[in-house]
Design a protein around this ligand. Sequence first.
Ligand code: SF4
Length: 363
Amino acid sequence: MRKSKIVEVRGVKIGGGLPPVVQGMVKTDPLDIDATVDQIEKLQRAGAKLVRLAVPNVKVARSISVIRDLVNIPLSADIHFNYRLALEVIDRGIDKVRINPGNLSPREISIIADKAKKSKVPIRVGVNSGSLPKKVLEEISRIREDKQRRHRLMVEAMVDSALGCIRVLEDKGFEDIVVSLKASDVPVTILANKIIAEKINYPLHLGVTATGPPPEGIIKSAIGLGSLLCEGIGDTIRVSLTADPIEEIKVAYQILKYLGFVDRGPTIISCPTCGRKRGDVYSIVKQISKEVGKITSPLKIAVMGCEVNGPGEAIEADIGVACTTGGAVIFKKGRLLNKIRKEQIVPTLLKELRSMDHNLKGN
Ligand code: SF4
């Protein structure tokens, strides 16, 4: 794991080789305080450790102090174009500011740095491939057909934009910096982050932007974030989906779970089935899925179609079945419990699950 400097946002530590922090984004009208606070709390309950809000105008910037008082989670304000909004949200008690260097001048970034330094508010330098300098975007559109060159140009411009902004902040003695380089193109996001990770010691916030709806958005995020996290790059993540923001948190934790960063919630290990199957795996999985959805413990539940690989996989699980002719063998924490008949498979699995998860006990 890349060991960056640690940046602390209202008690939440980002970087230093710590497990990646999951961030969420509120999608309500920011002037609807009740709806915004409600969604922030839902994101927090789902597992977000930091929530970002869009601050498009002064009215919203002024409302930050009200929202800040009503919630108990670090808040980050997303600022574009108007540097005065960053100054206003800092005055209103925001915990972190995200600026997009493509939309602010070095002079404006310097002014924000002075204020953030005095108020000890970290800044995320959030580069987005969509807001690169006009000259670069024009050049990229001229070479549309040459994908490799286009990608290289985009990556270079994103890295340069981040480094330029970091230099402006450092010139002001400001080093409470988190950096993100996001593109909707997965390989561009991966390469840009790999390059910047070699050049700076600040924590990196990972995300693939504008991924679209699930499942495409989930796949793009899993590939982009997963590839970088596998190489030890990434200190905080946010999954971007055209979907309910709670889904973004769930997917972020699934990415972290399957990479071994967190042990959270149940996992179903079920085989795809093939010509060797001895039982109706689809139906068993469908029937237990509803109950599994209520589980909070990191239980592994295996449903395998036959005894070829079945017992091996089931042994890895907390509870598992491998179908046999007329029934199944059931395993619990690596030990063979007994053989059961076909009609006992689902009831036995449910009974065992209930006894293993505190949420299901007594149901
Ligand atoms: S566990 Fe058995 S049924 Fe399932 S895919 Fe493997 S060989 Fe086929």
